[in-house]
Write a protein that binds this ligand. Sequence first.
Ligand code: 6R9
Length: 652
Amino acid sequence: MPENPAIDNLLNETRRFPPSKDFAANANVTEEAYAEADADFEAFWAKQARRLTWETEPTQNLDWSNPPFAKWFADGKLNAAYNCVDRHVEAGKGDKVAYYFEGEPGDTRTITYADLKDEISRGANALIELGVKAGDTVAIYMPMIPETIFAMLSCARIGAIHTVVFGGFSADALSTRIQDCNAKVVVTADGGYRRGAPSALKPAVDKALESCPDVHTVLVVERTKQDTHMQDGRDKWWHDYVGKQSSEHTPEAFDAEHPLYVMYTSGTTGKPKGILHTTGGYLVGCAYTHWALFDLKADTDIFWTAADVGWVTGHSYIVYGPLANGTTSVMYEGTPETPHRGRWWEIVQKYKVTILYCAPTVIRTFMKWGEEVPARFDLTSLRLIGSVGEPINPEAWIWYRRVIGADRTPVVDTWWQTETGSSMIAPLPGVTAAKPGSAMRAIPGIFTDVVDDTGKSVPNGSGGYLVVTKPWPSMLRTVYGDDQRYVDTYWSRFKDVYFAGDGAKKDGDGDVWVLGRVDDVMNVSGHRMSTTEIESALVSHVKVAEAAVVGATDADTGQAIVAFVILRGELPEEEQGPELITELRNHVSTQIGPIAKPRQIMVVQELPKTRSGKIMRRLLRDIAEKREIGDVTTLADSTVMDLIQENLAKST
Ligand code: 6R9
């Protein structure tokens, strides 16, 4: 169980925030939805499937004949891009804005649904000309610009599987992912804008492709116009190659279970898992939750998910959910403090954003910057604000509602994962009297529980492991190319239920308080990283013999990476100073990406291990969080902890 002494204080939280009468009276979803879904959850989801336009309407709902491999709506056929774009144009909404794009340097673009249809038709034609076929994979390594979305939907349109690799990841991370999913085409850009300056992407692609001989084409979007090396015969400018294509393309319908995308996420071992989502069920999950949890009024709302498209939150709530629902969204390229700390609030004011969805880590940053910053802007357009990525602590929740939501808007804290595809546990904005810090309860059609070590449901007031007890449409279908890993990771810990890897508590009312990961996956600013991945990077440095990494509670980033390293014996004292620590931090950054840079690295002589050789990270976390050391009885050598502490006392 995750040890989290703060949780008992959390559970004493007594503040309640019901929706206003007005909000409740006009809400999309009422309390009856729970009972309706409980009575027949398959019928409930079959009804939600009617939100989409099917070329062949499904007559089947859930096929669970081969658990844990689910099929949903399997005899239905549809095209995801048609559902996101063409059908809105056909319904006379071609002039409706799909995205207001705001570049970091202040450049803007307005993209209508008709524009989107032309762009993705050209993209589809380009991919076809390059020989990409339904079922092939295309890797997308991009900044936050509209072409990222065009590329994703161009793939979806022809039934190709996209895999978007977060632009902050390193060349190594990119090449591993390209190899794992066997992509032969990569879409990238010269660079993007980050903190007021162009930041190159293409060099990382060039480096990654040194170990990916199967990639025959790289399409390069021109964004920053910086000097860019183009390899003859392999690299093509997007504006030349895609730009010359016809904007006519008729989308073909695919089976509901046709793969839509793979998104890589950290696992407990170093190798990332390729989470596979398929077309019909995934889109149903995104469309329903986007409509229900954000109380979406497609005709009037201006929706903004302030997250990267390279995170699942971007896939589901910048791209697929909002577009399936015909929404107008804002897309912002850069960081919140460029060129000033009020940039987000300026954007809310400028576009009259009505719904904002972001992560607790950035809310905590805004708290640090002070409420006088948002106070300078008109935020009265906001009517609902959401949170995702990690547990939101009550102070941040209250601040978010009071300062950003004018003490008026519902705050919708949504628990979900790359694997779940769409939101699972959240308040219903027009129904729930929300508690700050709790994601509340499973939404209609989703069934979760908190269980003990033996898989038994715990009583209210107790903690345990968070599980999902019934299949759901947007669930992952497998780990790409590794069915066994899918079974082992998610369906083997407990019988017949999905193991989410999170610890949680039920309060006295049965509402859920998510505590965080129970495995060795850390959550830093909403990004998941495995301890093993970072340890491998550290150990790959010539001066490091061994490394152990833990996530320590951090007021800003949720968790922060703290590393313990054992140096190689031959290193003289004078070479073990601050320069070495900086060198190691930078090394991790180039190996994995800046987000993986440890906050702190401590040099130690020994690491605490069990008899079977497993590092006991729990104990290192005690040190990192400056707590009394917990139980050491399962250590192979119980004096190791004393040694580490003596060692650290000397060096600080
Ligand atoms: C969407 C997303 C999933 C992990 C998940 C949990 C944590 C996400 C949360 C939350 C508490 C919330 N998490 N939302 N914890 N409250 N509202 O974040 O996907 O990147 O796969 O991470 O994030 O630990 O298991 P992903």
